[in-house]
Ligand binder design. Structure first.
Ligand SMILES: [Fe+2]
Length: 261
């Protein structure tokens, strides 16, 4: 996105509304994941959920959304590029991101079989969120599906700071060495290719995400309301999903507060 165009589109009323949602994409159990002290089985519960809920099928979710996009060259290009990277790693010269995730899990000592799709190993709230993503990625309006996948799902609670340029994701070798999986859980740095792939392409994909949605949504339109409603519903389901994972990991708010470092 050109600078002037970027400035113009960030004045879109939808930006503040969606950032209000992203600000709340934080879960109380998150701090437990960025420091040491979890058991192997707790780690596996968390990562198996992440893999089965959205990592494994993220490229397909993007493809479903792309399938509803009218002949808007820029939007189709940006989505196709994101899909290509996710399913092949062709832009970052790495590999399919779901496979890179498994590589990272192998680095932790888990096997592919640990990530078999088994409804029993997934919390009902995780299944509800997964079903929602599958259904809504193919629903109209397409702007809602694109916002859901590229802004809500791929974005984080740092989105506001990233847009403002005050938060820059860590990259490079140093970021890999400081990653909690390497620092606390013995994952060899060379198994962290996923991290490198994301550092390579994510900046462009963040700005593409906003420009696809904002350039094609009239302020005050019904579509704008629908985009907001879809992302807001996603946040509610995501929070219940993360509650479910914390429950399966045996984490409680009190316990976490008591051990805060
Ligand atoms: Fe990815």
């Amino acid at each position: 996105m050109e600078h002037a165009e970027a400035q113009r589109s960030l004045a879109h009323p939808l930006v503040e509304r969606l950032l209000g949602i992203m600000d709340r994409k934080h879960h109380w159990a998150y701090p437990a994941l960025t420091r040491g002290g979890l058991t192997r089985s707790q780690l596996l519960v968390h990562f198996r959920h992440e893999y089965l809920v959205y990592v494994r099928d993220f490229p397909v979710l993007l493809a479903r959304a792309l399938g509803n996009v009218p002949p808007l060259v820029e939007v189709r290009r940006a989505l196709a590029e994101n899909l290509y990277e996710e399913q092949t790693g062709g832009l970052s010269n790495t590999g399919p991101h779901p496979e890179l995730f498994i590589t990272m899990m192998r680095g932790l000592g888990f096997s592919r079989d640990d990530f078999a799709d088994d409804d029993e190993s997934i919390h009902p709230a995780a299944l509800a969120y997964r079903d929602f993503l599958l259904r809504e990625s193919a629903a109209m309006p397409w702007q809602g599906a694109v916002a859901l996948l590229t802004i809500f799902l791929e974005g984080s609670a740092n989105e506001r700071a990233e847009l403002a340029g005050t938060f820059v994701r860590e990259r490079g070798e140093e970021a890999v060495l400081q990653h909690p999986l390497v620092q606390f859980y013995g994952c060899p740095p060379e198994a962290m290719v996923l991290r490198r792939a994301h550092a390579e392409v994510e900046g462009d994909h963040r700005s593409d995400a906003w420009s696809m949605v904002l350039s094609n949504t009239q302020p005050g339109s019904k579509v704008e309301v629908q985009i907001y409603a879809k992302c807001d519903e996603a946040l509610g389901l995501w929070l219940r999903y993360r509650d479910g994972v914390a429950e399966r990991m045996g984490l409680t708010r009190n316990q976490l507060a008591a051990t805060r470092m």
